[in-house]
Design a protein around this ligand. Structure first.
Ligand code: GLU
Length: 272
């Protein structure tokens, strides 16, 4: 009799636990950790921290304050919202600085769960990674030395443009140059500081990448031209196999769009 009583009690406790684990998520509660939870989300919850690749040299998006070492920006706030959704605490994330060249490999080898780093959604990249719906749209821009007198892409005919390896910039500018019937040359670099140094030394005549990124390198001697080429839609990227994680990320982004939270964040960072 006692055994039956214990058995009934255990079954009731099991049901109660299962029900509480499958409840819908709210802003303050972490994503469900019940039986339906994707393994990659469970792994993040067991680890207790969300690992994210972010930019550290893009003002307003992901920028590391050289004095405090603190990384802040619109994409860091997005990271906070995702940490809150997945782990119930916006502080539970670890940010790692990435570049256009390193962000893909860091996702591939599992060093980061997500990349939130001015990563343009392209058909080609979608073959390798899951991308959320876009959370921001930028355009490819051109930075030249003020004293060059160059005011538009035409002024760069037969000149050399510095671009980053693994970035969308070269293709965008090549297409625009073809349309305008001009020839341009490209030099590819691993990092943005190297491109800026090459521009300053006169090795190249122009530094091209998304406008947002160029702002991090603007100084008294340089100017960003008004032209914008090929819209760059930024998405949160995750490993192709991690469909559960991709879904929770996309749902969060879309919830933030609907609630007006994303707009508020853009306003906060002066991006509207
Ligand atoms: N957003 C562009 C891309 O994804 C520029 C490169 C970068 O984000 O660093 O290729």
């Amino acid at each position: 009799m006692k055994k039956v009583y214990v058995l009934i009690l255990s079954v009731m406790m099991f049901i109660a636990l299962a029900v509480s684990g499958c409840g819908s998520t709210t802003d303050s509660k972490p994503a469900a950790g019940g039986t339906g939870t994707a393994p990659e989300i469970k792994a993040i919850q067991d680890r207790g921290t969300l690992k994210v690749g972010v930019k550290v040299d893009v003002p307003k998006f992901g920028f590391k304050d050289p004095k405090t070492g603190q990384i802040d920006g619109f994409e860091i706030d997005l990271t906070r919202a995702l940490a809150k959704k997945i782990l119930g605490d916006e502080k539970k994330f670890e940010a790692q600085g990435v570049t256009a060249k390193t962000r893909g490999p860091l996702l591939d080898n599992g060093e980061v769960d997500l990349v939130i780093a001015t990563f343009t959604i392209t058909e080609e990249r979608k073959q390798s990674y899951n991308f959320s719906d876009p959370y921001f749209t930028d355009g490819v821009a051109l930075m030249v030395k003020k004293d060059s007198g160059i005011t538009d892409l035409k002024g760069l005919a037969d000149k050399t443009i510095g671009v980053a390896q693994s970035a969308t910039s070269k293709k965008a500018i090549q297409e625009a140059a073809d349309k305008q019937g001009i020839k341009v040359k490209f030099l590819e670099f691993g990092t943005y500081p190297e491109i800026k140094t090459a521009l300053d030394s006169g090795r190249i005549n122009c530094f091209s990448v998304d406008g947002a990124i160029l702002y991090g390198y603007l100084d008294d001697t340089t100017v960003i031209l008004n032209d914008r080429f090929t819209p760059q839609e930024y998405g949160v990227a995750s490993k192709k196999a991690n469909a559960g994680l991709a879904k929770i990320v996309n749902d969060t982004i879309n919830d933030m769009k609907k609630s007006g939270e994303l707009d508020k964040l853009m306003q906060k960072w002066g991006l509207k």
